[in-house]
Write a protein that binds this ligand. Structure first.
Ligand code: ADP
Length: 629
């Protein structure tokens, strides 16, 4: 019989599994049991929605059998089973499409990451088995099939005999080696322990024949060993249990098992809600950003159960996009089993649940912010970008629910600050919330535009993500305090109005010079003027309103033919000697004045992190200046 090869990517993953340095080999059992449980869920769901008679919930079970002599561990279920094609496609390739891309990017990363990130499920069987045999008969199918593989060599599929639908997985447990122990997976106590730990909540009975020693009937002091069938799991889903009966470890184990994460979650939110809508929800905030989180591949959503029966694996309508990182599940008896995806979207109960969940997530996040700040900063590092997108998205429709949750780097605190923290620290004579934009905190910190504000002791928020200024613009204000860019038209210092007037007047006095300079820059700036914001630096660019210079950079980096232009204003420091130099050049040598203007403009561009049109000409001009001295 010809062996079929695994798809290339599966082969690599299998290789990883077989030679894995992964220490948690034991997880293979929970993976296989969870597959069985899913398969039963599918059949049960079908029996309910198709009104199939003859299938009763009580009939479903998962069985574990140990055979020490043959070194086999068998896991059987009477779920939906697999057709020949399904055996091929489900067990011959990796279902999760993201996994290969991920591997390519992270070749050097440790193996455990990939196992953790994808819960490569079925494949984990190869961590402990030398041969894996799967016998399966699909529900409604005529013929059963047997799939077998020793690992990377490929697999075979043959016709087989099996009476009822379902799947049986037979693992030939590896022999112990000096470094690795496998024998334990043939021990009854070990298997019981693993099921209690990882699979206790599985809603179908996990049965195993266990050896029991008991007193011989009628004979004193004599014992006998009998084989007795036992149910090893309590079958009560964790989300239905009393919070007080659940340990942190229970929550974490369940999370890792269910949501394919290798790290414990940052936060667990378990609610039992009774009222107009009743539901149990168990939500988790991951501690790390899933590797594909900020890509199109990532699918948000919560598992949705109706009275304990899974009806949708990833219900997107339960979470707003900006909380798309939340994982978890909702179980409600108020939802009909027979509901279609389209109908769900408009379901009133579901909407009510979603809105409660959203409020709950927000309040929990605020709670973390207020009580465990470091943890919140960590969370924000992972998902803050998403929250800021949330503010900007839908023309700011959600800004009110999100504005309390965002953080920006603070110039005075040298760490992340919330907007309310900023406002609480505002100086008496400060009217606005100031922000500066740039590539990094270090670069922004050096911007000439920040000088005057720092001098006054005003705090500045440093905006380093592309989305930041867009979000801030949509927010417009916080606590009735408007946002103001340090590069904006006017810094809005009230009590300095006289000084400002003086600057304006001085600009007016030099109108001829500034008009000449503007002309010399042929349309690149809308205005040249004296600066209100510079103290020691000679020049800077300001934004004339509308699109800011930072926004221009971001928008033009996006693929589009239309290039966007910010309204740029060239500002000169009135108390810097360059002004005198350019004035005298203007009086005596127009060509020189033009050259100075271009130099100043190019320098201002460089400070902003913008590129200059002709770097060679710029460099030559500077060298000429040096040589002239
Ligand atoms: P996952 O369960 O994460 O999708 P697996 O590698 O564990 O990935 O399994 C791949 C697929 O094989 C499953 O999605 C399911 O369709 C099928 N499968 C695995 N085990 C069973 C089973 N016991 N009964 C029916 N189908 C199964």
């Amino acid at each position: 019989m010809a062996k079929k090869q695994f798809k290339a990517e599966s082969k690599r993953l299998l290789d990883l599994m077989i030679h894995s340095i992964y220490t948690h080999k034991e997880i293979f059992l929970r993976e296989l049991i969870s597959n069985s449980s899913d398969a039963i869920d599918k059949l049960y769901y079908r029996s309910l929605t198709e009104n199939t008679t003859g299938i009763s919930r009580e009939d479903f079970e998962i069985r574990i059998a140990l055979d020490k002599n043959n070194r086999t561990l068998t896991i059987s279920d009477n779920g939906i089973g697999m057709t020949k094609e399904e055996l091929e496609s489900n067990l011959g390739t990796i279902a999760r499409s993201g996994s290969l891309d991920f591997k390519k990017e992270n070749e050097q990363k440790e193996d455990i990451d990939i196992i953790g990130q994808f819960g490569v499920g079925f494949y984990s069987a190869f961590m402990v088995s030398s041969v894996v045999t799967v016998i399966s008969k699909a529900y409604g199918g005529e013929q059963a099939y047997r799939w077998e593989s020793t690992g990377t060599e490929g697999y075979t599929i043959t016709e087989w005999e099996k009476e009822h639908c379902g799947t049986q997985i037979i693992l030939k447990i590896k022999e112990d080696t000096e470094d690795e122990k496998y024998e334990e997976f043939l021990q009854e106590y070990r298997i019981r322990g693993l099921i209690k730990r990882y699979s206790d909540y599985i809603r179908y009975p996990i049965k195993m024949n266990v050896e029991q020693r008991r007193a011989k009937e009628g004979v004193e002091n004599e014992y006998e060993t009998v084989i007795e069938e036992q149910i090893l799991n309590s079958m009560i889903p964790i989300w239905r249990r009393n919070k007080s009966d659940i340990t942190g470890e229970d929550y974490n184990d369940f999370y890792q098992e269910k949501f394919y994460d290798f790290t414990n979650p940052l936060k667990v939110i378990h609610s039992n809600v009774e009222g107009v809508v009743s539901y149990n929800s168990l939500l988790y905030i991951p501690a790390k950003t899933p590797h594909n989180y900020y890509t199109k591949e990532y699918e948000k959503g919560l598992q949705l159960y109706s009275s304990g029966v899974l009806i949708m694996d990833k219900c997107p309508d339960l979470l707003p996009d900006y909380f798309g990182f939340v994982k978890g599940l909702v179980d409600s008896q108020d939802l009909s089993l027979n509901i279609s995806r389209e109908m769900l979207q408009h379901d009133r109960q579901l909407k009510a649940i979603a809105s409660r969940l959203e409020k709950k997530i927000k309040s929990e996040l605020l709670e973390i912010m207020n009580t465990e700040r470091e943890k919140y900063d960590e969370f924000f590092g992972n998902f803050g970008l998403q929250l800021k997108f949330g503010i900007y998205d839908k023309f700011g429709a959600n800004k009110d629910s999100l504005k309390d949750l965002i953080l920006f780097y603070s110039s005075t605190e040298k760490k992340l600050a919330s907007l309310s923290e900023y406002v609480s620290r505002m100086k008496l004579d400060q009217k606005y919330i100031y922000y500066a934009t740039g590539e990094s905190v270090e670069k922004i910190d050096k911007l000439p535009q920040t000088e005057v504000l720092k001098d006054k002791g005003f705090e500045i928020l440093y905006l380093t993500d592309d989305i930041d200024e867009f979000a801030i613009r949509i927010l417009h204000d916080f606590d009735s305090k408007e946002f103001k860019s340090v590069s904006g038209d006017d810094l809005g210092f009230e009590e300095d109005e006289k000084d400002m007037d003086a600057v304006k007047k001085e600009t007016e006095n030099n109108k001829e010079l500034f008009d000449f300079m503007k002309e010399a820059l042929s349309g690149k700036v809308s205005e040249v003027r004296l600066s209100q914001r510079l103290k020691s630096h000679p020049v800077c660019l300001a934004s004339g309103g509308g699109i800011s210079i930072e926004m221009e950079k971001i928008l033009n980096a996006m693929p589009s033919d239309d290039k966007i232009k910010a309204d740029k204003v060239l500002e000169i420091n009135a108390s810097h000697p360059v002004l005198g130099a350019i004035k005298s050049a203007f009086a005596s040598d127009k060509e020189k004045a033009k050259q100075y203007t271009e130099l100043l403009y190019n320098q201002a561009l460089l400070i902003e992190g913008l590129s200059i049109e002709d770097p060679v000409a710029f460099s030559n001009a500077i060298c000429n200046l040096i040589a002239a001295n």
